[in-house]
Design a binder for this molecule. Structure first.
Ligand SMILES: C[S@@+](CC[C@H](N)C(=O)[O-])C[C@H]1O[C@@H](n2cnc3c(N)ncnc32)[C@H](O)[C@@H]1O
Length: 202
């Protein structure tokens, strides 16, 4: 994590807390890191209340909110009372946007959230893709038939989330190719099938 984002971080669409969670990783590097999590699942909320703690030097808050309502997230006491939006923030949108349909204006949601952040902030975002495995689109259709949005996106569609930002090398990649290490070397694009990138707000 870059030095200039060591103090504040925001993780929207938290997921059921596990360990190490985002704040544990960040506070392990910079104990004064502040993190606001947001998710709209009541089960995540119950786990979050029980499991999301913080270092004494940092802060962790949890917000029960839907990402399709970015104004509520931005106006929330949890966010405004925890983060200092005059300093660079890391906005973490991992494994969420394939649950957001085009009709809900996913690019507008990201733009609205990023607009509120100062220069020097970072956006990390991933989205599942059908580019590398022909079975993914039929699987996504199964989700949709059962009432769950599953919007796979191709590389160009994922790149569009980062419009106006400076992509950090190596840009949008299937995520095991983004700074690979010895835990990722046996993976194939088809097995991973998630694009992701990190970008800096100029
Ligand atoms: C696959 S999990 C990813 C969790 C976490 N970001 C991670 O990378 O481990 C997706 C999360 O997004 C949440 N989610 C789905 N749709 C959402 C929405 N419209 N607003 C807020 N959270 C949502 C789900 O409840 C779930 O916890």
């Amino acid at each position: 994590m870059a030095h200039n984002i060591r103090c504040t971080s925001r993780n929207i669409c938290t997921g059921i807390p596990t360990s190490p969670n985002l704040h544990e990783v960040a506070q392990g590097i910079a104990p004064d890191t502040r993190v606001v999590y947001a998710d709209n699942d009541p089960i995540v909320l119950a786990h979050a209340r029980a499991l999301l703690t913080s270092t004494p030097q940092g802060r962790t808050a949890y917000l029960d909110a839907d990402i399709r309502d970015p104004e509520r997230i931005l106006a929330s006491a949890e966010l405004r009372g925890t983060l200092d939006l005059t300093k660079p923030v890391a906005l973490s949108l991992i494994a969420i946007f394939h649950f957001i349909d085009d009709a809900d204006d996913p690019y507008g949601i990201v733009r609205r959230l990023v607009d509120e952040l100062p220069a020097g902030s970072y956006l990390a975002l991933t989205n599942a893709t059908g580019d590398h495995d022909p079975t993914f689109e039929p699987a996504a259709e199964t989700y949709r038939r059962r009432g769950v949005t599953m919007r796979l996106r191709n590389r160009a569609e994922v790149e569009r989330f980062f419009d106006g930002l400076e992509l950090i090398d190596p840009g949008v990649q299937v995520v095991h190719r983004w700074r690979p290490d010895d835990t990722t070397e046996d993976l194939t694009d088809a097995q991973v099938s998630v694009y992701g990138a990190i970008a800096r707000k100029p």
